[in-house]
Every structure is written in structure tokens, then in C-alpha cells.
Design a binder for this molecule. Structure first.
Ligand code: S3P
Length: 431
């Protein structure tokens, strides 16, 4: 589907019905990387279709991994494991995807080849020291721009030794990079974080036979090993679901069910926040796949009130959607401990403040968060700042606001949810 430069929406129409959101981006990246580390053929279906996961797939292809994509996110991945990777002949393009760059750095640290990882303008400004330092602690030869703080990253892979690594920032991406490097290191690698971060990697590696041990909710160890080839259907993305969940809460008369979505507890904390704000949300677990629980989320419209939200890594991607919920809630919502928002695809503290102001909502900012004074947002022209989650949050605001909203820079959604409009049309009864 070709995306137009702008998304124009009339507010106030209820969302009704059942939908499935695209495959979880975090699980999709990991599925491709773990399949590449396995020796044999893996079959994955339901992969996220957006540009970010495509960046991981094309990076692995550049390393000689054979990936055949089918329809509906199906892929067959054939690899001989990292000892058979070939040296890429040109820089590997990670596009807009921080997950691709950071996790791949962990994979490459222990492979006997040289590779340079580059990204687009936004990714080139995002912090990389956080992944460079921990990998160096395992003996990796890795360097980067601006004194090893930014992309491009240059990695001369080789022998690694297990170490105890303490991360400065809780990060699912960096933890994964260290764990994947740890699979290639002699001895035991322990990675600890100041706070728990999402645990897809631990769940998947354990399910695929890797010697991994959870020492606490913020510390995990791994020894040399490789995942077995596997078959997996990727559950839906809770972060993509968040946009409909918030819209359905806000628009009177809405009632939706999102099926087949990951209900990993480390990804659905935002549902608890919305419940605390007065939302009517139920979840039902249907099963588990490669260690990941999945099921349905049911949402009915309900009046929301302000709340104090202390961010965790587990809900950082949903804060733009939660900020929209706050804009429509009665009273004030305070979001704290969210400094990481400043180093995402845009400075989301600044971009949320700027765009909520367009809708007539007063927002104060701090270094680590926002204070949103809820009100009655009015349709407006807002900008994505090249950031997919700001674009989609803008769409949610437009769906719930009075009047017409235009989201400029709409093509930014291509990295995570190119088919958003098709799925939305189904809920609006337009499909
Ligand atoms: C991710 C972790 C988070 C998140 C990102 C995906 C992951 O980033 O924002 O979208 O898949 O592990 P951090 O590692 O910076 O917390």
C-alpha cells in the first residue's frame, strides 16, 4: 500500500469490531536474528511488515543468511550459523531502526568478520555508547562516530570472553546485544540493568534450548550456545495495539477486540495505566508461543481521568499514545522517569508538547517527562517529525478530537505500521 504524505481524519466516529494488528516488531527482529544464529531452516509467519524489520532482514541478507519472504509476513530463514556469515562488501544499512543496529552489533561482535553499520539521519543521532561499552567489556573490537558514541559503528568481530556487565540504562535492545554476544563468548556472561526491561529475548532463547538463567528480574546470565532452528507465528504488536486501545477508550460508543496480540507482561503495562485512568479493558490469554503469551484485548469507551505515570522501559513506546489519553482525560496527568523519550526516533517530550499544543492542550515539560493538562482537544494540523509513534499518536488524537485533523509527515508510519489505515477502516465500518 502506498502511503500518502498526509493523513486526514474526521473526529468522533466510534471504533467497533475485531482486528488483528501486525506482528510484534520486537519479536520479529529477534526471530530473524535468532534464526540467523541457528544452524538450519527456521519458518516464521506473521512478521511485522514495516521498514524496521525489513532493515534487520536486509542486514542479515548482506551477511549471507538466506531469507525468503512470503505473503502475510511469512519467511523461511536458512542459515549455517554465525561461523558461515560472509563479510559484507559495503556498509550495512539499518535505516531508522535502533533495534537493528544495537542488536546486530551484539551478533557481529563475536563473528570473524568486519562490518560497518549505518543508519538514517535520525538513527545517526541516537546514543550508541550504551551498546559499545558493554560489548567492549566482553572484548569486542567496536568503534563508532563521535568517540564511539554514535553511528556509524565499525565492528571487527572476534574472540569474546564472558563478563559481568552492568548497564547504565535499562534497555531491551542493549541487553539483547550483550546476550547475543554472550552466546559467542567463552565462559559466562551476566547482564544486569537498573530496572527490568522487556524480556522477549530471554523467553525466546530459553524456549530454543540456549543455556540462559534469570538471576533476578533485572539480571540474566548466558553461556556459549546457539538457538535451535524453530517455527514461530509472531503474535500481534502490543505497541501497535495501543493506538486503537486509546482511541477506543476515548471515542464514545467504541467497543473493540484485538485478537492474537502478545500479552507479555513486560509489554502491556500500559493497559494497567489506562485502567488506573478509568478505562474499561480486559485481557484474555489464549496460549503461548516460543515462551510468549498471547491472546485478546477487549476495550469499551469510558471517561478517563488524569493519573501519575511513572514510566518504565516496558511502557516507553506507548507513552505517546498515553499522552493522547491524558490530553482527553479530566484533570492533570504527570509522566515522570521518561528521559528515554528524548532519544527515540524524535525527542518525544518536545514533539508531544509541540503537537498537543496544536490541539489546544497545555503541556509542561521536564527533563524526564511531561505534565499534560487534560481538556477538549480540537482538530488541527500536526506534524510527525519523522517519528512513526508521533504520527500514529496524532492519528488517535484526530480520531477522538472535535473537527478535522491532518497529520503531516504521515509516511513515517511505514517503519512499524504501514497498513494502519486499512485496519482502521475496518473498525470504522468502511472496509
Ligand atoms: C526495544 C526496546 C526499547 C523500545 C524499542 C524496542 C526492544 O528500546 O523503545 O522500540 O525491542 O528491545 P530500549 O532498548 O532503548 O529501551
Amino acid at each position: 500500500m502506498t502511503l500518502s504524505a498526509e493523513f486526514v481524519v474526521e473526529g468522533g466516529r466510534p471504533l467497533r469490531g475485531t482486528l488483528r494488528v501486525p506482528g510484534c516488531k520486537g519479536i520479529s527482529h529477534r526471530a530473524l536474528l535468532l534464526a540467523a544464529l541457528a544452524d538450519g531452516r527456521s519458518q516464521v509467519s506473521g512478521l511485522a511488515e514495516g521498514g524496521d524489520v525489513a532493515s534487520t532482514a536486509s542486514a542479515l541478507t548482506a551477511l549471507g543468511v538466506k531469507i525468503k519472504r512470503g505473503s502475510d509476513g511469512a519467511a523461511s530463514i536458512v542459515s549455517g550459523g554465525p561461523d558461515t556469515f560472509r563479510e559484507p562488501t559495503s556498509p550495512v544499512d539499518c535505516g531508522n531502526s535502533g533495534t537493528t543496529m544495537r542488536m546486530l552489533a551484539g551478533v557481529l561482535a563475536g563473528c570473524d568478520l568486519h562490518a560497518v553499520l549505518v543508519g538514517d539521519e535520525s538513527l545517526s543521532q541516537r546514543p550508541m555508547r550504551r551498546v559499545v561499552e558493554p560489548l567492549r567489556a566482553l572484548g569486542a573490537q567496536i568503534d563508532g562516530g563521535a568517540n564511539a558514541t554514535l553511528a556509524p559503528l565499525s565492528i571487527r568481530g572476534g574472540k569474546l570472553r564472558g563478563a559481568e556487565v552492568q548497564l547504565e540504562v535499562a534497555s531491551g535492545q542493549v541487553k539483547t546485544a550483550v546476550l547475543l554476544a554472550g552466546l559467542r563468548a567463552d565462559g559466562t556472561t551476566v547482564v544486569s540493568e537498573p530496572f527490568p526491561s522487556r524480556d522477549h529475548t530471554e523467553r525466546m532463547l530459553s524456549a530454543l534450548g540456549v543455556p540462559l538463567q534469570r538471576l533476578s528480574d533485572r539480571s540474566v546470565s548466558v553461556r556459549r550456545g546457539a538457538p535451535e532452528p524453530f517455527e514461530l507465528h509472531v503474535p500481534g504488536d502490543p505497541s501497535s495495539a495501543a493506538f486503537y486501545v486509546v482511541a477506543a477508550c476515548l471515542i464514545p460508543g467504541s467497543s473493540i477486540v484485538i485478537e492474537g496480540v502478545s500479552l507479555n507482561p513486560a509489554r502491556v503495562e500500559y493497559l494497567d495505566v489506562l485502567r488506573e485512568m478509568g478505562a474499561s479493558i480486559e485481557t484474555h490469554v489464549d496460549g503461548e508461543t516460543v515462551g510468549e503469551p498471547y491472546g485478546s484485548i477487549t476495550v469499551e469507551a469510558a471517561a478517563l481521568h488524569g493519573a501519575e505515570i511513572r514510566s518504565t522501559e516496558a511502557m516507553v513506546d506507548e507513552l505517546p499514545a498515553l499522552a493522547i489519553a491524558a490530553a482527553f482525560a479530566e484533570g492533570t496527568t504527570t509522566i515522570t522517569d521518561a528521559a528515554e523519550l528524548r532519544v527515540k526516533e524524535s525527542d518525544r517530550i518536545a514533539t508531544l508538547q509541540q503537537e498537543l499544543a496544536q490541539l489546544g492542550i497545555d503541556v509542561a515539560t521536564a527533563d524526564d517527562g511531561l505534565v499534560v493538562h487534560g481538556g477538549a482537544p480540537k482538530g488541527a494540523v500536526i506534524k510527525s517529525h519523522g517519528d512513526h509513534r508521533i504520527a500514529l499518536a496524532g492519528a488517535v488524537a484526530g480520531l477522538a478530537a472535535d473537527g478535522t485533523t491532518t497529520v503531516r509527515g504521515w509516511r513515517a508510519i511505514a517503519v512499524s505500521y504501514p497498513d494502519f489505515e486499512r485496519d482502521l477502516a475496518g473498525l470504522l465500518g468502511e472496509a
